[in-house]
Design a protein around this ligand. Structure first.
Ligand SMILES: Cc1ncc(COP(=O)(O)O)c(C=O)c1O
Length: 392
């Protein structure tokens, strides 16, 4: 981002971008144009950016310096990167892809296509997420000449730590070598496990597993991410996640109000898959025998109802006078902190955004259901930091 835009310049960011991108835009004083993403209301999840949405955003922000999308999403669904790259290139700007979860894609044919290969100008991969590198090990790659390479290298030098960790670098190199030599085999083995997990879990009614038929046209699915809709049980994913850990020592990759997500990766064994299947079958059997096993979910507004438009610039909201107001009184105020539940780490409010009634309902429902919000200003999660001044 530092390689493509400076203070006061506009950058387009997908509405489901990670906290990482929104935070840098704030720190660097970039103006952000939000590109809406496709929302599947039946599943209550966000997918990628549709080509027509990017086109419309470029018409709205013609001076944008670059577009940033997340592909794949935390749920393992990609955007049509080739189409998005063509649109960006027609405007003479680069497409940057946060491919945090897609590091292994270039190494195995049966995984979705790699963003860089499909035409993106730069991509970032968290090698620690799926490729087995030590935490914080990540890789940035760029190609072509739409993105100024000299500026990219300079930005990298400016922002890189002056004390790089040798163990992290060594683990990056080890996984790079392993993937180059054996990536196809390693990930085909992972996919075999993932497909068997999908099939077995899909048979446990009322659970549903997100599959190829559920994703938008032009998107691909990463089958190693097994997204399970648990809403049929009427219990939140947070409560199920805790129960699975307490009763079966199963640690899910993500839980939220309506889902749990299993991440099948290089370290997953057949016995892990059997354990997951047994745990979920046990949950459903015990829950049908005793519906008080877990508290009923209070339910909350779907992500589709959460508006993303900015009322004022993020830097202005962050640096100006602020006050704390109770969640219940926050409607109409402008947020002066970032609220990002993790995982997936997608901010639902950022400084400068107007807080709607839906945001308030969402905040309360998710707090009460046990969401983990990253570093809220008020650790008790009763109040939120807002811009000091009258509400609209
Ligand atoms: C889509 C996405 N982008 C960026 C990040 C941040 O990556 P890292 O933790 O490697 O800095 C994450 C995960 O934490 C993520 O899921």
């Amino acid at each position: 981002m530092a390689a493509v835009a400076g203070p006061g310049e506009t950058i387009l960011i997908a509405a489901n971008a990670h906290k990482a991108e929104r935070t840098f835009a704030l720190a660097a004083g970039l103006d952000v144009g939000i590109v809406p993403v496709q929302v599947d209301e039946a599943w209550d999840i966000e997918h990628g950016v549709a080509p027509e949405a990017l086109r419309a955003s470029l018409a709205r922000y013609p001076a944008a310096k670059a577009a940033i999308v997340v592909s794949p999403t935390y749920y393992g669904v990609t955007s049509d990167i080739a189409a998005l790259a063509d649109i960006c290139h027609d405007h003479g700007i680069p497409l940057i892809v946060d491919a945090a979860w897609g590091g292994a894609y270039p190494f195995c044919e049966a995984l979705p296509g790699d963003p860089l290969t499909k035409g993106a100008d730069a991509a970032v991969y968290s090698a620690h997420k799926t490729m087995g590198a030590l935490a914080q090990g990540s890789i940035i790659v760029a190609k072509g000449n739409v993105l100024d390479r000299q500026r990219l290298c300079m930005a990298y030098e400016l922002f890189e730590t002056t004390s790089p960790s040798v163990p992290i670098l060594a683990s990056l190199d080890a996984t790079r070598r392993d993937h180059a030599l054996r990536g196809e085999q390693m990930w085909n083995d992972v996919l075999k496990l993932a497909r068997s997990a999908r099939e077995r879990i899909g048979r446990i009614a009322p659970l549903r597993v997100l599959g190829r038929d559920d994703i938008p046209a032009g998107a691909e699915i990463d089958e190693t991410k097994v997204l399970i809709d648990i809403s049929g049980l009427g219990v939140s994913g947070y409560a199920i996640d805790d129960w699975l850990f307490a009763e079966h020592r199963i640690s899910m990759g993500l839980s939220d109000e309506r889902h749990i997500l299993a991440v099948i990766s290089l370290g997953t064994t057949r016995s892990d898959i059997r354990g997951l299947e047994r745990g979920l079958a046990d949950l459903v059997a015990r829950f049908s025998a005793d519906p008080t096993l877990l508290p009923r979910s209070p339910g909350g507004p779907s992500v589709a109802t959460l508006s993303v438009d900015m009322a004022i610039s993020g830097s202005e909201a962050l640096a100006g006078p602020a006050e704390m107001v109770r969640y219940e009184d926050a409607e109409g105020h402008i947020a002066a902190e970032m609220i990002a539940p993790a995982p997936p780490g997608v901010p639902r409010l950022v400084p400068g955004q107007r807080i709607s009634a839906a945001h308030v309902a969402w905040l309360i429902a998710n707090r009460d259901a046990g969401a983990f919000i990253m570093d809220p200003v008020d650790p008790a999660e009763a109040t939120i930091r807002v811009v000091n001044g009258p509400t609209k």
